[in-house]
Write a protein that binds this ligand. Structure first.
Ligand SMILES: NC(=O)c1ccc[n+]([C@@H]2O[C@H](COP(=O)([O-])OP(=O)(O)OC[C@H]3O[C@@H](n4cnc5c(N)ncnc54)[C@H](OP(=O)(O)O)[C@@H]3O)[C@@H](O)[C@H]2O)c1
Length: 236
């Protein structure tokens, strides 16, 4: 298969790219940083791109996509977490920064995929339980992932020859969880306790352990209605 993955620099995107490459697929990776765990694979093609730079994306990504010609799977994985705090304490600029990476870069990439490729069989956006839970403190991140779910649903209505889903990958022991773990306990943000307790237990796999679980869920996703929001924890 030919697979495009955003956010291959570290975390889940790195784990997924490694998993698909080890299984004989060709992977096209986009993130700011290269990744020495992937560089040695002959079938790994990489472009360094900051996904908050929309004008650069429009100039540079079409040529990169055209190398592939068509794609079997696109995993829109790159994402950032917002500082855990109350929404009233978030500036609009902070919210915009998170929305730019977690939502609008994906909108731009989806549009570029359909204008530059012959076909795209499946597009999966990595979402989060935070898109539906609405726990206190998750402010811009929750807003962005809820918007991402709807973005994917709307594109599913427009592009009937491509299967779309947004999917929560479950807890993954990545840089994002390191940030949560580093926070001081605060009774206002009680949802963090569960995450801190899960770290370094079987409930929070490493990105390399999580990758095959997510990849198998993406195959099962093809049997669900295009545009659905799914959660790997309900698909095993
Ligand atoms: N970890 C969890 O428990 C968890 C739970 C639910 C959902 N998720 C979702 O899973 C996805 C992956 O997160 P993760 O846990 O693997 O976090 P992570 O370790 O922080 O990785 C984030 C990835 O996004 C890329 N990225 C961030 N900002 C970027 C930018 N401006 N331009 C290009 N790439 C950028 C990073 O690559 P560079 O730094 O090289 O650019 C990196 O590869 C995210 O969408 C996240 O919301 C994670």
């Amino acid at each position: 298969m030919k697979i495009l993955i955003t956010g291959t620099g570290k975390g889940l995107g790195s784990g997924l790219a490694h998993y698909y490459l080890e299984n004989g697929n060709t992977v096209y990776g986009i993130s700011r940083n290269s990744n020495n765990k992937l560089d040695n694979f002959q079938d790994f093609h990489f472009i360094s791109q900051d996904l908050s730079k929309f004008d650069e994306i429009k100039q540079r990504i079409p040529g990169f996509l055209m190398q592939a010609g068509e794609l079997d799977l696109v995993i829109l994985n790159a994402g950032i977490i917002s500082e855990i705090k109350d929404l009233k304490d978030c500036t609009l600029d902070e919210i915009r920064n998170v929305m730019d990476i977690n939502v609008w870069a994906n909108k731009l990439l989806i549009d570029l995929l359909f204008s530059n490729l012959r076909s795209v069989r499946q597009i999966a956006a990595i979402s989060s339980g935070a898109s539906v839970y609405g726990n206190r403190g998750w402010n811009a991140y929750s807003l962005s992932k809820a918007t991402l779910n709807m973005l994917i649903k709307l594109y599913a209505r427009e592009q009937e020859n491509t299967h779309f889903c947004s999917i929560a990958p479950g807890l993954i022991d990545s840089g994002m969880q390191d940030y949560i773990y580093s926070l001081r306990d605060d009774p206002r943000f009680s949802s963090l306790d569960k995450l801190k307790n899960a770290k370094r237990t079987g409930q929070m796999p490493t990105p390399f352990e999580a990758a095959p679980i997510v990849a198998k869920s993406l195959i099962k996703a093809l049997d669900r209605e295009s545009g659905s929001f799914l959660d790997v924890r309900e698909m095993e």
